[in-house]
Design a binder for this molecule. Sequence first.
Ligand code: MN
Length: 242
Amino acid sequence: MRTFVVGDIHGGLKALVQVLERTPYSKKDRFIFLGDYVDGWSDSAPVISFLLKFSEHQKCIFLRGNHDELLTGYLETGEANPMWLEHGGVSGKESYDALSENDKQHHILFFRNLENYFIDKKNRLFCHAGFANIYGPEHEYYSNTVYWDRTLWEMVCSLDPSLSPEDSKYPKRLKNFKEIYIGHTPTTKIDRTVPTNFANVWNIDTGAAFLGPLTILDIDSKEFWQSDAVAQLYPNEKGRNK
Ligand SMILES: [Mn+2]
């Protein structure tokens, strides 16, 4: 069995379909989705419909992203947070406003069942954003930290590569896990469009919401597959500018 990890999709269904076509997976393989399925390109609700179908015949673990949580809040209360709307929420809202009530209830169930993080048998952690507690995500005082945190990624980006894990200054957070897989902070912010690794952290969000492609990575071989730049698949749309 192979395990594939999938970066932030952000409503880019065409990119998801394309990168899956390029990925050599079989029925036995497992997919771990890092969250942020919605907000960005115009296919937010169709992405969730696709994932619900996909998971009927493929083992999937679906993690929660901050955008999934924000959209769920809108679906449950009808209140649209202005800050959410400004950061891609408009496309998610429009996509869901066009959905039937029946499908909407089905999708709300999908969003409620998302997991905040997952640790596999080889002590590899998967979460949308990161964590701040030195003992790991299960010790977070605020459980939403794992899909909002940016400090983990910023820390490893600026970590002195000559520092060894035995050094007393080495970040204790990193020593809890063999590897840590995250999305949330696009690698395009540091001018990279491929999965990016610092210390034992792997960032798979290659900026699909903006000008980058969508990425799927095999966690054992580190081989990866990408869609075209998602903006090219939605030529009449702007995607997210924030
Ligand atoms: Mn994201």
